[in-house]
Design a protein. Sequence first.
Length: 345
Amino acid sequence: ILLRLPEKSVARFRCVSKLWLSITTDPYFIKLFETRSSQPSLLVCFFENEKLFVASIPQHLHSLQNSKRSYSCSQPIYRYHMEFPGGHSRFPPTESVHGLICFQVSGTPIVWNPSTRQLLPLPKPRLSWNDLTIFLGYDPVECKHKVMCIPLKRSSDVCRVLTLGSAQKSWKTVKTQHKHRSDNQTCGRCIKGVVYYIAEVYQTHVWVVMSFDVRSEKFDMIQLPSDTDYRSIFLTYEESFACVQMRTTKGGQVRGERCTTLCILEDAKKHKWSSKDVFASAGLFVESLRTVLKLKGCSHAGEFIYASSGLQSLSYILFHDPVKRSCRRFELKGIADDTSRLNNE
């Protein structure tokens, strides 16, 4: 019965009794619930005047029509806002890793569950680390989340690791094997139990991909492909770590056509990358001329997600399917009205 309920109801029923709490928090139940629940949702969140605005877009509502190459839709979306503890976070959050997201405020990591709206502040990993780079990983074998921290913009050969939901209540020091540092734009990607992120090797000015095995808590270093630097866009593409380069072709079928080159990590041990070119559709090209769109990531269905960075211009999200050469708009009606209304209260 519990497996057939929506996430919000299951979260509320945890307070019924200790028995229901133990059932709904059991890793086996959570894994079954994820398997039987609805299709993944795209989570849109942003800060405005120390408030966190959240909108969830059900992905199963987006079915491309074969007869149309580009179209707009405006489906009802689940949205809410909440006060964020400690004010606005100056650093980007982690990606959503099996339903959890991690922020930091003044060096304090905060784990957030968007489904239950719960915020869990964690103890500071080290008093001398005022600013952190935070990564969130998930071990699919033992079904455990782990938070990993390194100092921001400071070379170090150690990190701090905390396992969520275990008897371990304090941070554990783990050697990274390679002394390196991160910047304030570093964002990790957790793929199949491994967290990947970009870092600079100590005293070399060389940027590499660092990998952290969530289960074994071991680090490794992967060379970036040629013609790629730390300013490239990094995302998860078809369950692999990939870096993105955008360019405009000079020839080919369409002169001046926008092309996205994906460098996909094939073998981390051998530092092997493969290259794949995907071309933009006409709809994406037209939308790019109207406003400044930035690539934000890739959906479970393999679509590239584009959005504007400014809150005032965040009225829609653009999905581009590189295989079908089509794009579609999803209009975020109501979000701008919510922010304006709450700001005037």
